[in-house]
Ligand binder design. Structure first.
Ligand code: NAD
Length: 516
């Protein structure tokens, strides 16, 4: 079945930097060529950004924050404009979907879901623009009142990866804008198209010039300069753990607050009492969704030994039927991996699995000579904790299976990782779900579902998966900071009364408690 979207071959797209509300020629003048990972066609050119481009974008965002209308609009006005942006993303669904398929190589039905997700996230963020409430303290003692208000954090630097370009943009940009921040976004050098398209839609929706800037380019130039820039107030980064460490080091130079959403090696634990039909489907979704290029991929499957043989046989059977190929085909389940280098990394991991003694029970091959970067759905059984495929994030369609006998063993295996992003539990017993979830070291646990979520639910990692929140009220609050205003309304006891030294303040005097 072919896609309903006409003309897989779009005219090649070319993007300049987007600074101060319009496309501008970057200082370097060069461009990055993006070839489709599924057939090698040149699909887009993005400006190859420089430090100078970053400086310009940060200056534009700073001016828009200090002098522009955006932070001064009411929450209701910001919400109306963000809702218009959501409408425009929805109206451009087909074009944005096609761009994601062309640049990422993901199957079209998942790309379409990403754009729908971006619309939902933008609408939810719009609703939060009206929720920037603070608190008031009136019991601080006679004649004292305090207001704790929430303010936009300022200029936010946003850095995104290639696996969900529009969706992860929408986990950050509308939340930042809803809070009244202005932003400079650096998309991945592999997949920058949708960021430029959405920035242009934002201007059409009424977001003022300079509030939403996009600078494309490489991490070592644009990303590094942006996250170490003295003109920014906050960094929200999503990407690998290795780059996340570098970004956090950059932010330490100017003591800038950050939120870093990093890699994962999630466990999918299937207990013997689970709804096994649902769990089979969940296991497939968990690892093969988005080509396996998914931070919350359930790449380590733990199955109770009592049901393991039958369960694994069913997973293998279902996986054999998955269709690998043209991502524009509606029937495709697994498209092309992001690039040749990444495919080489995935196949090296598969080779390590074989070398280290895991049982390869399905797939394992990448068709040689094809113009695209495809990899078969691959399943290893009998995977041990010491093996590379148990420990490293593969970020491809590769499942590792380990059998367990007890709840204790399942929890220990699941937590035996440097990461802590997501985990999945399958059981009909609510007590098992609750006790296991409480013991899993991860920011997310999903029970009896896989790769699920909603804009209201915060995503966060622990350990090597990072810190800070994305989405939900907590994600919105990352883009805000508190200010405490203490007002004395009644008579005040002088600290330095005229005349003689009165002696130290007594605990009964409110001054003693402030310790200032
Ligand atoms: P990556 O770390 O290579 O790149 C992410 C972004 O950082 C890109 O825009 C890149 O250009 C930029 N970058 C690279 N070097 C930089 C530097 N020195 N300073 C600043 N920015 C720099 O990651 P990737 O390969 O694009 O994405 C895959 C990774 O992202 C996986 O590890 C995946 O688990 C993770 N991820 C995490 C989440 C989450 O929510 N936790 C979501 C999606 C992806």
């Amino acid at each position: 079945m072919r896609s309903g979207i006409e003309g897989k071959v779009m005219a090649e797209r070319s993007y300049l930097q987007f600074i101060g509300g319009r496309p501008v020629e970057g200082g370097g003048g060069g461009s990055i060529e993006r070839r489709s990972p599924s057939d090698g066609r040149l699909v887009a050119r993005y400006a190859d950004g420089t430090a100078g481009d970053v400086d310009l974008a940060v200056a534009a965002a700073r001016t828009a924050f200090e002098e522009g209308p955006w932070p001064r609009l009411s929450g209701l006005e910001r919400a109306a404009i963000l809702n218009r942006l959501a409408d425009l993303i929805r109206d451009n669904r087909d074009r944005l979907t096609r761009i994601e398929v062309e640049e990422v190589g993901k199957p079209i039905r998942f790309a379409r879901g990403d754009i729908d997700g971006a619309v939902a996230l933008t609408r939810y963020a719009a609703s939060l623009a009206m929720q920037m409430a603070g608190t008031v303290h009136t019991n601080l003692g006679a004649g004292k009142t305090a207001l704790i208000t929430r303010e936009p954090v300022g200029v936010a630097a946003l850095v995104t990866p290639w696996n969900f370009p529009a969706l992860i943009l929408a986990q950050k940009v509308p939340f930042a804008l809803a809070a009244g921040c202005t932003v400079v976004l650096k998309p991945s050098e592999f997949t920058s198209g949708s960021a430029f398209e959405i920035a242009a839609l934002a201007v059409e929706a009424g977001i003022p010039a300079g509030a939403f800037n996009v600078v494309s380019g490489y991490g070592a130039t644009v990303g590094d300069h942006l996250t170490a820039h003295p003109g920014i107030d906050f960094v929200s980064f999503t990407g690998s753990t290795r780059t996340g460490r570098r970004v956090v080091a950059n932010t330490s130079t100017n003591l800038v607050k950050s939120s870093v959403e990093l890699g994962g090696k999630s466990a999918n634990i299937v207990f013997a009492d689970a709804d096994l039909d649902a769990a089979v489907d969940g296991a497939l979704t968990g690892v093969f969704f988005n080509n396996g290029e998914c931070c919350i991929s359930g790449s380590r499957l733990f199955v109770h030994a009592r049901v393991a043989d039958g369960f694994i046989a069913r997973i293998v059977e279902r996986s054999k039927a998955l269709r690998v190929g043209d991502p524009f085909d509606e029937a495709t389940d697994i498209g092309a991996l992001i690039d040749e280098g990444h495919l080489a990394k995935v196949t090296a991991m598969i080779a390590a699995g074989v070398d280290e003694g895991a049982a390869l029970i399905l797939g394992g091959r990448a068709p040689a000579g094809a113009p695209g970067h495809f990899c078969e759905p691959t399943i290893f059984d009998r995977v041990e904790p010491g093996m590379t495929i148990f420990r490293e994030e593969i970020f491809g369609p590769v499942l590792s299976i380990t059998r367990f006998d007890t709840v204790e063993e399942a929890v220990r295996l699941a937590n035996d990782t440097a990461y802590g992003l997501a985990n999945y539990v399958w059981s009909k017993d609510i007590e098992t779900v609750l006790t296991v979830a409480a013991r899993l070291k991860s920011g997310w646990v999903q029970a009896n579902t896989a790769i699920d979520g909603a804009p209201q639910l915060p995503l966060t990692g622990v350990r090597g998966s990072g810190f800070g929140y994305e989405m939900g009220e907590a994600g919105f609050q990352e883009f805000t900071q508190l200010k405490t205003l203490l007002i004395r309304t009644g008579p005040r006891t002088p600290v330095f009364p005229a005349g003689a030294w009165p002696g130290p303040p007594s605990p009964a005097d409110g001054r003693a408690a402030s310790a200032i």
